[in-house]
Design a protein around this ligand. Structure first.
Ligand SMILES: [Zn+2]
Length: 204
């Protein structure tokens, strides 16, 4: 007997038990939820995208990013504000150096970097979570995104710290590979957020 996959829960069912709702195959178990969503006029979730299945082209990536922003802009905006407001407040508490000596300027700059790493990473983690949920056809709640970000926070900070050490070592060994890896590590935080790994595994 031929089986069909439910587009919501991805389990396989005999064709007779599959309904077509809102243009997608849905099993009996998922039908009420889809029906409720259609009746409430909420837009259908985006088709799930197999992010690992292939390397996406640049414009495809931009297109998906734009879709996520368009549908999740409110959550992303609130998340950004939740992170940016205390971050800016904290940075303003850092006293500006009285003298313009190299050492005090460097210290103030380092404090700012630290603040951005420690707090700003929350926004990165939360944003990645919202995008991932959207791409897998679910809607992330703001509290869910924050819970996820806080849950991965320590791991992300640890990874950022490790990253700093790695980069320093690489820079010392040779400038060029360090620069290449710096570009590569932009994606590290996204890996920490989505793959549930941290530290050296996120860096590899
Ligand atoms: Zn189902």
């Amino acid at each position: 007997m031929s089986e069909t996959q439910c587009t919501i829960c991805h389990d396989s069912f005999p064709l007779a038990q599959i309904f077509t709702l809102d243009g997608r195959a849905v099993c009996a178990g998922c039908k009420p939820a889809v029906l409720a969503r259609v009746l409430s006029g909420e837009p259908a979730p985006l088709e799930p995208v197999a992010l690992d299945a292939r390397v996406m082209g640049f414009w495809e990536t931009v297109g998906i990013g734009w879709k996520v922003i368009r549908t999740e802009w409110l959550n992303l905006l609130i998340l950004g504000l939740i992170v940016a407001v205390p971050l800016n407040w904290l940075l303003e508490q850092v006293p500006l150096p009285d003298d313009e000596s190299m050492q005090t300027t460097m210290r103030a700059w380092r404090l700012q970097q630290l603040g951005q790493t420690v707090i700003g990473v929350l926004a990165t983690l939360g944003t990645a979570y919202i995008a991932k949920e959207r791409l897998e056809g679910r809607r992330a709640t703001l509290s869910g995104a924050l819970r996820h970000a806080v849950g991965r926070w320590l791991s992300a900070i640890g990874t950022a710290w490790l990253e700093g050490i790695y980069l320093t070592v690489l820079m010392l060994l040779l400038i060029v590979p360090g620069v290449i890896f710096a570009g590569y590590y932009v994606f590290t935080m996204i890996a920490v957020s989505l793959r549930g790994c941290g530290g050296t595994r996120a860096l590899s």
